[in-house]
Design a protein around this ligand. Sequence first.
Ligand code: PLP
Length: 369
Amino acid sequence: MSCDFLALAQPGVQKLSPYVPGKPVDELARELGLAPETIVKLASNENPLGPSPRVLEAVRQALPELTRYPDGNGFTLKQSLAHRYGVAPEQITLGNGSNDILELVARAFLAPGLNAVFSAHAFAVYPIATQAAGAQGKVVPARDWGHDLDAMLAAIDAQTRVIFLANPNNPTGTWFGAEALERFLAQVPEQVLVLLDEAYIEYAEGSELPDGLAYLAQYPNLLVSRTFSKAYGLAALRVGYAISSPRIADVLNRVRQPFNVNSLALAAACAALEDEDYLRASREANTAGMRQLEAGFRALGLSWIPSRGNFIAVDFARDAAPVNQALLHEGVIVRPVAGYGMPTFLRVSIGTEAENARLLDALQQVLAR
Ligand SMILES: *Cc1c(COP(=O)(O)O)cnc(C)c1O
């Protein structure tokens, strides 16, 4: 007896392909018989500095309470975030990573017969969350690899409930400025929720990127999502958040798991938020690493898409899959982005100076063959 469970799944789920993560170091080590410590992974936009000592201490202190459920309301973290960003705790939704926030929005606001609008080459979770909710994804062609906000506005119809924007976007690194965002928000119908995904915003400080939080008071349909996974260096613990009008937060709160953020993550995020030195070091390392990679790519005659994230999409002007394979054999893991409609590119996360140098060395050897 065998049952075709795929045929029984809801139609949106049947058509889903699972998210493809960056290759884990141990997996490559097993496949190629390499020593894990010789492998460099620049594939998942992880913070190369290692965790902040203050975070490690906070996690250590939270360990004796592992038998207890976490605070399902995340009181302390919400207080810290509210204080930091000048918002009310009622405006904050905590997530198991900001990925969780994207799914809560999809589950709460999307359904069969409705749609979500997002850009081509945008973060892969937008189509996955949309389809899993049984809704249709309306993919808007990009302009110069970035969001074409005017075309996205034009794609809105009576069935549109959510627009996903990423600023900067992953995997392209492209961004839009305050004026473009303002013009966009002013024209989105009030019943359409705008999810502004600012997963990399801490890296973009002082650049021409707008601070999404500045528009919350004016736009009750705006939701800004952020994460502790990138500049704060907590990817393993899974903690992100959304700031929105209290009414949207109330809706999301109804669909979230009661204990969606674990106690170690809550403790770590509070400590991370206090650690200004770590954040500054993350930014500085990222800026320096970005320059190092750009200079290296230039020397190799490669072009790239200018990025405001902690990663950069480099163009090989031919199928990049063989380059990726060759890099893996050199013990360097980067991210193929053919699945994002970018088959000639590889996305490289900014690493430490030594890791970036390893990548550039390996690339030079691979391209010389
Ligand atoms: C990494 C990333 C996220 C989410 O990461 P979490 O670890 O789930 O917080 C969200 N959006 C974009 C664009 C990302 O690149």
